[in-house]
Design a protein around this ligand. Structure first.
Ligand code: ATP
Ligand code: FE2
Length: 338
């Protein structure tokens, strides 16, 4: 048996099907790309509404859609953009009613964490969750994923997206900045903003835009921005590791697809004898498979929602979610799957 997961918190409409061994049986996605500028919530929601029939059709044509083998329908309940969340929730409710399968609400941030954790085979890692809207250092304690530190303004991914657009690129900006950085090597002196366990990116954004406007070569700027922003993330991650005495790190969220960030984290943990892991890029960025996997953990531990009581929660935070599958679980994966 498997769970079908629906993801629509922001730009990505995605369906994943995952089984009890965390095998991804199917994963299809369609990403909304704004013609110019950042994401427009209503346009993105319209994109998703149009994308889902085709995504379901694709699964059927690939011979991967077998309702009798689907045990439940999981969906991203929040956090995210209201119109996008409501579109995905509607698709999930329809499938749940049509196929008579339980509906399972999933927190998107917790799903980024859980897919990284199961793929790593790690039991109790500290997590760097670095995506467009979120940037958090997280660890499990007393039944929840506790946010030890986070961005005080925008997520690191949003920072990269905004800067890339200022530099003439399009969304998503993170992969572009990563590519441009290969052209440069000079390290500019840019604002480095760490406050205890928290970070902030708005000062760095202002300075980077000013540097671009004053003619700094694209490669040098992209390289410097990555080194500065990712050093900030490594610093708070290392402080978290030191305080908690953990021996495992996982990375999650779209920015964890970045090779420079991965290499910097590797370099930071090596002397500590700590192991680090990041999922493959397709499972770092938003995807239905992580929702399906977390939905399976939830369902097996008695978490479902009635269709009439399945609101989307655009502002739900990581630490608001009871992680019942880690606190006296009724069901847990047989063994971690590396
Ligand atoms: P969340 O709701 O978790 O904040 P999200 O909607 O931002 O998620 P994700 O797919 O988790 O979506 O992350 C998207 C972000 O990841 C974008 O900001 C994008 O620029 C960034 N990103 C993707 N690939 C890379 C990369 N190779 N390097 C840097 N950033 C990247
Ligand atoms: Fe995400």
């Amino acid at each position: 048996m498997a769970i079908l997961g629906i993801e629509t918190t922001a730009h990505t409409a995605s369906i994943g099907i995952v089984d009890e061994q965390a095998r991804v049986l199917a994963l299809v996605s369609d990403v909304y790309k704004p013609a110019a500028g950042g994401i427009h919530p209503r346009e993105a929601a319209n994109h998703h509404a149009e994308a889902f029939p085709a995504l379901l059709e694709r699964l059927a044509q690939e011979g991967k859609l077998h309702p009798s083998e689907i045990e439940g329908i999981a969906f991203s309940q929040g956090p995210g953009l209201g119109p996008c969340l409501r579109t995905g929730a509607t698709v999930a409710r329809v499938l749940s009613l049509a196929w008579k399968k339980p509906l399972i609400p999933v927190n998107h941030c917790v799903a980024h964490i859980e897919i990284a954790r199961i793929l790593s085979g790690m039991e109790d890692p500290i997590l760097l969750y670095a995506s467009g809207g979120n940037t958090q250092v997280v660890a499990f304690a007393h039944g929840r994923y506790r946010v030890l530190g986070e961005t005080l303004d925008i997520g690191v991914g949003n920072f990269l997206d905004k800067l890339a657009i200022e530099m003439g690129g399009t969304f998503p900006g993170g992969p572009l900045i990563e590519k441009w950085a290969l052209e440069g090597s000079r390290l500019l002196d840019l604002p480095y903003s760490v406050h205890g366990m928290d970070v902030s990116f708005s000062g760095l954004l202002t300075a980077a835009v000013a540097a671009h406007n004053s003619g700094v070569p694209r490669g040098d700027l992209a390289h410097s921005v990555q080194m500065t922003a990712f050093s900030m993330l490594c610093e708070v991650l290392e402080r978290g590791l030191a305080h908690l005495g953990k021996s495992e790190v996982v990375l999650g969220g779209g920015v964890a697809a970045n090779k420079v960030l991965r290499a910097m984290v590797e370099k930071m943990v090596a002397p500590r004898g700590v192991r680090a892991f990041a999922p493959p890029p397709s499972l770092c960025t938003d995807n239905g498979a992580m929702i399906a996997w977390t939905g399976l953990l939830a369902l097996r531990n008695g978490i479902t929602a009635e269709v009439e009581q399945s609101p989307v929660l655009p502002k739900e935070r990581t630490d608001q979610v009871e992680v019942r599958w880690r606190l006296s679980p009724r069901w847990a994966p047989q063994k971690p799957i590396p």
